[in-house]
Design a protein around this ligand. Sequence first.
Ligand SMILES: NC(=O)c1ccc[n+]([C@@H]2O[C@H](COP(=O)([O-])OP(=O)(O)OC[C@H]3O[C@@H](n4cnc5c(N)ncnc54)[C@H](O)[C@@H]3O)[C@@H](O)[C@H]2O)c1
Length: 343
Amino acid sequence: MKIGIIGCGSITKYRHAPEYDENPYVKEIVFYDRNPERAEALAELFNGSVAQTAEDLFEDESIVAISDCSSNDSHHIFSTKALLSGKHVLTEKPIALTVEDAKEILDAQKKTGKWLMVDHNQRFTKAHQKAKSIIKSGELGNVLTFKTNFGHGGPESWGVNKSNSTWFFKKDRSGYGVAADLGIHKLDLIHYLLNDRINQVSAFQGVLDKVDENGQPIEVCDNIICNLRTEGGKLGTASFSWTYYGEEDNSTTIYFEKGIMKIYQDDQYQIEVLTKDGEKINYEIEAIQTNDNQTNTGVIDAFVDSVRNETEPIVTGQDALESLKVVLAIIESADKNQVVMVK
Ligand SMILES: NC(=O)c1ccc[n+]([C@@H]2O[C@H](COP(=O)([O-])OP(=O)(O)OC[C@H]3O[C@@H](n4cnc5c(N)ncnc54)[C@H](O)[C@@H]3O)[C@@H](O)[C@H]2O)c1
């Protein structure tokens, strides 16, 4: 397969391109970025080629699928056009900044019948997949409550522009700050693990520490702390932060009728189960991918498999839209100081 990638920043360099490169069914990657030197650098690194415009990728009939790794504001433009030009699409998260824009992509997918997957990669980690199977088995009874966290020191040390002028800090391009950057991953994870939907939220947000290139507080939240209720009546809390300096927190805890499951809280054991009877079961599975530990996420392999085998991707556009709606609800709640129903 020949693959096109739009946007040649960090997620392309550290995840999409290396994982396509390692996939046995991918023979060439064509890179496009509005900063051509970024596309050229990655083409050299991964033995690929460069497109001068996104249209060149859409019009190239030998390109089967496209990864949309542009910034959040552009996903609906590129992903919609790519689908309408007959390509399968893997879009980065958040799928879009508004429900209308996300629906434009979903409509293009329905119209063309091409596959659309969204990179909610938390579903793919082996520990999260094991956690889902433990929940599904019913061995710990029903889930009652949960808490989930995702935080690190901020995107200004991750993106290709390593400075406080990063687009991640701009409202028109990032949308919702840490809520749509890290938060959306865990909201999707909760939907996946519990096979349920968050339908009611309240939240507090703040710009507690981050400043822009002029030393002013950034335009989007660097912290947001949420209360969540699911359709199935489960209650949870979630903390998302760009100011966890020193160590990333990627942890989730699920409280069941018959025990507790802790995920990513111990360096050796990615899952620890503590039962009501006092038993402790530790699972050593695989360390999670972090900004400092870039291992294969499995996302690209799953997308390529979906295209090759004509099977629905593990994360659909509809899944991504549901998570986006929760992000919109937590931002609305924090803005209005009100409990908000997810629409
Ligand atoms: N799934 C994950 O775990 C994960 C992690 C990090 C980032 N992301 C997502 O990936 C996307 C890219 O993030 P990144 O970290 O690579 O950012 P980045 O700033 O490092 O790179 C973005 C690149 O896209 C290019 N670009 C942006 N808009 C463009 C446009 N309209 N036309 C052409 N080129 C354009 C920029 O020039 C830049 O080179 C974002 O949506 C982000 O939320 C996902």
